[in-house]
Design a protein around this ligand. Structure first.
Ligand code: ADP
Length: 297
């Protein structure tokens, strides 16, 4: 096991932030650590990375106890904190050389990591001149410099624009091919896009720990579709496998189907038959969606 979290309970004064949390992560897994704000995600990440030392329970990283064998455990961790503490006045390379020195890593590694995280075009700049997406890349580069087996990322995509978001997601996926990755988010779609498994935390407790495939097993699909013209509900109700039709507004509909078959093509055929154009269409799985709603409501 790369990470073993055993019966962790954490109090801040008399407020319980984590209540008897346990799970383990195998080598090579990408785990999405999901939960609404205040669920306890950051607290648990700080415990796993050794930044919080007072708690009940036990954490092993790569077999090393994070309290009694902290240095060995921390050597196998790359950590990107939520408020990535970059030194804004430093140049990108200067900052990474500084980190290389801390980790006693050869300076040659810096140019390799710059290439790996796609920082090359911005590598000559000062950190405060970079966009939020590139700042995140600098943080990731610093976390990856010592080639850790375990990567812990606290809300790595918060505040990124849609393009940056896709780039950072792809980067995490790429890095995750040969590392164990635990990353936190409060966005369900994020988990769908990147993870093998999801651990859901709510009010300091684990409420679900499942493989993404299992969560997707539900055969109920939710499709949101906008047409270019208004259409009567009774026409839509004729589409096969449909069990619920909701008019979200004007020309936008939410359709729920009871089938595992991808209904996209059928809806396109339906639109063509009725002389309509599809302006927008997206499909979600009801199980994931309802889990997310349950957690955030
Ligand atoms: P998340 O990362 O899921 O948003 P946190 O771990 O930051 O959740 O917070 C969990 C709970 O612990 C929240 O109620 C938060 O207010 C509280 N908390 C977090 N850090 C501290 C702290 N340093 N002192 C006191 N309470 C804290």
């Amino acid at each position: 096991m790369s990470i073993e979290v055993k019966n962790i309970t954490k109090f801040y004064k008399d407020q319980k932030a984590l209540n008897n949390v346990s799970f383990s992560i195998k080598r090579g897994e990408i785990i999405g650590f999901l939960g609404p704000n205040g669920a306890g995600k950051s607290t648990l990440m700080k415990i796993i990375t050794g930044y919080i030392n007072s708690f009940e329970g036990e954490v092993l990283v790569n077999g090393f106890n994070i309290v009694s064998d902290k240095i060995k455990a921390q050597k196998s961790i790359g950590y990107l904190p939520e408020h990535n503490p970059l030194y804004l006045d430093m140049f990108v390379k200067e900052y990474l050389f500084f980190n290389a020195e801390i980790h006693q890593v050869s300076k040659n590694e810096v140019s390799k990591i710059i290439e790996k995280v796609g920082l090359f075009p911005e590598a000559h700049k000062k950190i405060n001149q970079l966009s939020k997406g590139y700042k995140q890349r600098v943080g990731l580069a610093a976390a990856l410099l010592h080639n850790p087996e375990v990567l812990i990322l606290d809300e790595p995509t918060t505040g990124l624009d849609p393009n940056q978001l896709i780039e950072i997601r792809n980067l995490i996926k790429e890095v995750g091919k040969n590392k164990t990755v635990l990353f936190s988010t409060h966005i369900m779609q994020e988990v769908e896009a990147i993870c093998d498994r999801v651990v859901l935390l709510n009010k300091g407790e684990i409420v679900a720990d499942k493989k993404l495939n299992e969560l997707k097993e539900s055969s109920h699909q939710i499709v949101e579709v906008s047409f270019d013209f208004k259409i009567e509900k009774q026409f839509i109700e004729k589409i096969p496998f449909i069990i619920e039709v909701n008019n979200l507004h004007d020309t936008t509909w939410q359709l729920i189907f009871d089938t595992k078959k991808d209904m996209g093509a059928t809806i396109f055929d339906f639109a063509q038959e009725h002389g309509l154009k599809i302006v927008q269409l997206n499909t979600r799985n009801r199980n994931l969606e309802s889990l997310f709603r349950e957690l955030t409501s």
